[in-house]
Design a protein around this ligand. Structure first.
Ligand code: ATP
Ligand code: MG
Length: 371
């Protein structure tokens, strides 16, 4: 650690002493301080209220301010929603009054040192071996893919795990609002958005980063989370030959995800008829992966669909390749597992010979070329 980081860590240890045991507990993934005397954690995937307390609300708010100041975040009266990070990479979000109506709220999403990999996701039952192989083929064949899901459904973890399938030797540009992804490849350029200072200067948004990334000669672009006008640039880049791009977005199902992309693209005051935009969205995206969070804290992929060309009457069309179906081995028929629907991939006939090398016995039926 550099000196600065050591001092920062000491500051955190001191000011966050009441919650330090949770920050150090590897089973805890999130610490949520609603109020000085109302602190929740997520441990082993379950939400629990703790009996930890800060001495009083003033001490707690001063602690938060001290930590934020250390990260170089300007604390003006106007800034009420602040994203930051602790020395170990944990992500901190702070909401202050008047937005947070009962005083400062802080959530700390702990940096997961043991980032989940695909094998582990399979062991957890979050992904099936066949689905994982299918996604591997699509990634290696440079198809464009988005992971959709609700809040904390495991989108970023899944994207991170899947990124291991990107062949080494490619130049990957990663764009994030707050750096979370940890790609294992050697040739990675990581870009992080910057908030403006209190005079409104120096802010750099995801959209600007995306535009800049196109000039960095990327082989692939990964957007941590698509949430604004960058959707239009991304769609246009995807349709103009930037294959293999990946990202996440908030959506409840793959249709919803396409509609959200369309709405976000419209936020950039695009001068494009809706019909043309939809057609672009349809041709830009190839695969949608839906993640979901279940009771008890499990996260799993619940659907994988391919995006087909827009229908004649201007609607999105999807082909579901994997869905949750009852597990035949469960005697009670209650357990569900991610299962191939029996539909062939829309890419079956367009996979190049080199790309077919990744097709194994397990995925052969999905990619069986038409006779
Ligand atoms: N398959 C999984 N099984 C169990 N826990 C998981 C799984 N995937 C992710 N998690 C845990 O769930 C939490 C949320 O994961 P992640 O940040 O990937 O979700 P997200 O959908 O990207 O969240 P956000 O909406 O904040 O962007 C993390 O603590 C992570 O370690
Ligand atoms: Mg995320």
């Amino acid at each position: 650690m550099t000196d600065r980081l050591t001092i920062f860590q000491t500051t955190v240890d001191h000011y966050l002493a009441p919650i330090k045991s949770y920050l150090d507990d590897s089973r805890v993934s999130e610490v949520m301080v609603n109020h000085a005397n109302e602190i929740y954690i997520e441990r082993d995937g379950k939400l629990e209220r703790t009996d930890a307390v800060f001495p009083d609300q003033e001490v707690y708010e001063a602690a938060v301010n001290n930590i934020l100041q250390f990260t170089g975040k300007t604390l003006s009266g106007e800034q009420v929603l602040i994203d930051s990070r602790l020395p170990d990479g944990s992500r901190v979000h702070v909401a202050k009054e008047p937005c947070a109506r009962h005083g400062t709220v802080m959530t700390i999403r702990k940096f997961n040192k043991m980032m989940l990999d695909v094998d582990w996701l399979i062991q957890l039952g979050s992904l099936s071996p066949q689905a994982a192989e299918f996604l591997k083929i699509m990634i290696r064949a440079e198809r464009n893919m988005l992971v959709a899901g609700g809040t904390s459904s495991g989108k970023t973890s899944l994207l991170n795990a899947l990124s291991a399938y990107i062949p080494t030797g490619e130049r990957i540009v990663v764009i994030e609002d707050s750096a979370e992804l940890q790609l294992q490849q050697d040739h990675v350029i990581s870009m992080e958005a910057q908030r403006p200072d209190r005079f409104g200067r120096g802010g750099v948004g995801i959209r600007e980063l995306f535009r800049s990334s196109l000039r960095l000669r990327p082989d692939r672009i990964i957007i941590g989370e698509v949430r604004g006008g960058e959707a239009l640039d991304m769609i246009q880049a995807m349709t103009s030959g930037h294959g293999g791009s990946m990202g996440t977005l908030h959506a409840n199902n793959p249709y919803d995800a396409l509609n959200r992309l369309e709405t976000m693209a419209l936020m950039s005051k695009v001068d494009l008829p809706l019909h043309a935009l939809r057609s672009q969205v349809s041709s830009a995206l190839d695969v949608m992966v839906q993640a979901s969070r279940h009771v008890g804290g499990t996260r799993r992929v619940v659907q994988i669909s391919e995006v087909l060309p827009m229908t004649d009457d201007g609607r999105y069309a999807l082909r579901d390749l994997f869905t949750l179906q009852p597990d035949p081995e469960d005697p009670e028929g209650k357990a569900m597992q991610l299962t191939w629907t029996g539909e062939r991939s829309a890419c079956a006939d367009t996979l190049r010979t080199t790309e077919r090398q990744d097709v194994t016995e397990l995925t052969a039926p999905i990619f069986e070329p038409s006779a």
